[in-house]
Design a protein around this ligand. Structure first.
Ligand SMILES: [Zn+2]
Ligand SMILES: [Zn+2]
Length: 335
């Protein structure tokens, strides 16, 4: 099979021919149709995550069909259409797993990081990491939903916001353009906050009720003018952007950070005390969360805006992502 491999931390991708891997007894093999390129793939490419061994094939937005099933796998069959996201499996025995909190498994596998991912024609994946992909959903559209999608969908649905509440999404990019769609579909009064005024029309098209141009307007003041936000989903990986919206929280409001800034976020504690507010974080979801995301996206016709590339152009696709030029998610199309 063809695979894009990072030979060692910091090295360029190599396109190689490799034997097609056989699944272990608790794994399945996926014939990959599409794999998204996520900013977290930088961890693998540059070696900035503990415990990555090389050579490694990245890719944690994997969509395809099962073409081989391990001997102990009973829940999945050859031919099933499946996806695998960041959460690449769990141990079932650590304390979080004993409580059913698989996302926080202390021994969690990560697709495309602790084992080879979807920048390849085939990938073997632990069966507990699989999400069923609805038939109607195109593989290229489904792929980014397995990381960018589940992260924003899961963060919003696990917040305390209710239909009609003011919910802001900071950043209209790879995560944010999905967050706006989920917030709208959930019935929230949806506010898109961006420093790029050129994204106004897109944000409104995606379902935002309001657009705040943060290059011109203080987003905290804009949110207070709307009554104060119940939830602000911070998708832009910027400490300044996250800080700038804390003052926009209303009663019991919460800034939920999903885009990780490279430095600490200073917080106005006085405003948090005055509103019983909070700044929290949310990461991704387990396989059933991913499947919920796919099913809800199918139900409400929510799709990512993507650029597609053949596997041979992985360098160009990755570079555009790193340079923040992708509109809005890059996907390798292996069909
Ligand atoms: Zn990701
Ligand atoms: Zn565990």
């Amino acid at each position: 099979m063809r695979a894009a491999v990072v030979p060692e931390a910091g090295a360029d991708f190599e396109l190689v021919d490799r034997p097609i891997p056989d699944p272990d007894p608790t794994e399945v093999r996926i014939a990959v149709d599409a794999c998204g390129i996520c900013h977290s793939d930088v961890f693998v490419k540059e070696g900035t995550f503990p415990g990555v061994s090389y050579p490694r094939t990245p890719g944690h937005e994997v969509v395809g069909r099962i073409d081989a099933v391990g001997a102990d796998v009973t829940a999945w069959s050859e031919g099933d259409r499946v996806g695998a996201g960041w959460h690449g499996g769990h141990c079932f025995t650590c304390e979080p797993c004993r409580r059913g909190d698989f996302l926080l498994c202390e021994n969690a596998e990560i697709t495309g990081l602790t084992f080879d991912g979807g920048y390849a024609e085939y990938a073997t994946v632990p069966s507990e990491a699989l999400a069923a992909v609805p038939d109607d959903l195109d593989a290229v559209d489904a792929a980014p939903l397995l990381c960018a999608g589940v992260t924003t969908y899961n963060a919003l649905r696990n917040s305390d916001a209710r239909p009609g509440d003011v919910v802001a999404v900071v950043g209209v990019g790879g995560l944010g353009h999905l967050g706006v769609q989920y917030a709208h579909a959930a019935g929230f009064e949806t506010v898109a906050v961006s420093r790029s005024p050129g994204k106004r029309d897109l944000a409104l098209d995606l379902g935002a009720d309001h657009f705040v141009d943060a290059s011109e307007t203080d987003p905290a003041e804009a949110l207070q003018a709307l009554g104060g936000a119940r939830v602000v989903l911070s998708t832009a990986p910027s400490a300044d952007a996250a800080e700038s919206v804390v003052g926009g929280l209303g009663a019991d409001g919460e800034v939920v950070v999903v885009g990780i800034p490279g430095k600490p976020v200073p917080v106005d504690a006085q405003h948090l005390v005055g509103t019983r507010g909070a700044v929290s974080g949310w990461g991704s979801g387990h396989a059933r969360d991913s499947q919920d995301t796919l099913e809800f996206s199918d139900l409400r016709d929510i799709t990512p805006v993507v650029e597609t590339f053949p596997l041979d152009e992985v360098d160009a696709a990755y570079d555009r992502m790193v340079e923040n030029e992708t509109r809005f998610r890059a996907v390798l199309d292996l069909t």
